[in-house]
Design a protein around this ligand. Sequence first.
Ligand code: FES
Length: 572
Amino acid sequence: MGNEKMADGLRKGLASYGDAGFSLFLRKAFIKAMGYSDDALNRPIVGITNTFSDYNPCHGNVPQIIEAVKRGVMLSGAMPMVFPTISIAESFSHPTSMYLRNLMAMDTEEMIRAQPMDSVIVIGGCDKTLPAQIMAALSADLPTVVIPVGPMVVGHHKGEVLGACTDCRRLWGKYRAGEIDEVEIEAVNGRLAPSVGTCMVMGTASTMACITETLGLSLPMSATIPAPHAERFRSAEASGRVAAAMAKAKGPRPSEFLTAASFRNAQVVLQAIGGSTNGLIHLTAIANRTKHRIDLEGFDKLGREVPVLIDLKPSGEHYMEHFHHAGGVPKLMAQLGDLIDLDARTIEGKTLRDVVAGAEDVPGQDAIRPRTNPIKPEGAMAVLHGNLAPRGAVIKHSAASPKLLQHTGRAVVFESVEDMTARVDDPELDVNADDVLVLRNAGPKGAPGMPEAGYLPIPRKLARAGIKDMVRISDARMSGTAFGTIVLHITPESAVGGPLALVRNGDMIRLDVAKRSIDLLVDAAELDKRRAALPAPTTPDWAKRGYAHLFNETILQADEGCDFDFMRGEGK
Ligand code: FES
């Protein structure tokens, strides 16, 4: 084992046949079937993940990225070797993409470990893929370069700029309210995603790409270059060169340059971009693969100091390509000034000070604001606590209605996503605009996989009366592309007996974002009585076998990143 650890290139991690010389002989005999020369096989190896899939349009440019990466690796004298891992696309992942994130992380980690490579390039982008790949890379702790696939370019409809998927929801809402007809919604359907690449608003994919760049795991500007642009492929070629240099130098490994400051910077950027609430769960899971931690109180505290500077939907107006043309993440970090620790390092061995020094100045741009003129004076997200959320809940208040941030209303409870779907549009539903819509059994275990169902639709009869927003609370997640006064990730979730399970129709619920509180206004004795009457937990039918069983037995709550308990850095 000791010798294997020291070995490199093709000699790394030999399959065990009890005779190392024979193992290498056999490996070379087989790989030569691909037509490689001894010269090629003696080079340092850069592994490259391939997550192209006909089911994943967000990753539609992956073959072209891989070609560019291989060019960069070979121009630098190393050997690129592409290998497949699973791919996860949001709209093709039943029951949810979150259910599969940890599977992708395990698959990617084990394939990085199992196959000989001196460095690895992971290429991803659709919401869960970058988190899964980074979790894997940090656990394998091999020198790693991350390449986001890049955002789509914007769409146009009747003179309006459209973006997936903030405008998907907005226009679907208009269609539900009867403001646009069948013919128009079909036309919109063909224009929302006009190219390959990830959603071009500040959804989870863009959020995670910005976090990746801030952590120094990808090259400067790589978060924002649009997926179809030539620059995307030049950046991929450059990433190949960096990965080849890392393969030769045997570093830096993620553990060698990621510090507490790197993770603090990532949280600052998450707040300043008006990032997705999912980003907090993923960043927590990523940190937990290392010795670093994301602490919810600390994150909330940062939120009070860090302004939202990026004017992107759903918090603002622009789209990712505008953020890119305005100078991207380096320019954002420059504008954040002393809120960013510039001593943090990147895969290239540079400091963020070097990165910020290279930021482009774009006169007249208004996508990246200065601190003197922020979009919002506080960060995107706040962490709430209270008797409804003893271990926390999250609200993206930058994308909420200011008048609902302090609100007390009557609970209208839905037992599950199915119950909500069946009843929310019922004309007989006893609901009015001041009520609080409550969805439960939609957490990590409950649904399972914590669906993005937290964006409960406004009941049709209220939508038709012009109501655009209501307070909605759940143990679910929400798409980073959504807008509304929506409390998410209530922890512990109702399926494990969290207080959300105790809410009854007609109870009063008080949300006070300024005080960071969410409370059920029912006295403690009554809540104890209700708790005692909850049914004992059992293993649900869906969790009797296979991956579902592993998931149900080991999934952690949102405050711990929804990783499996045995996958954290320190193990179980
Ligand atoms: Fe893939 Fe939005 S659906 S990034």
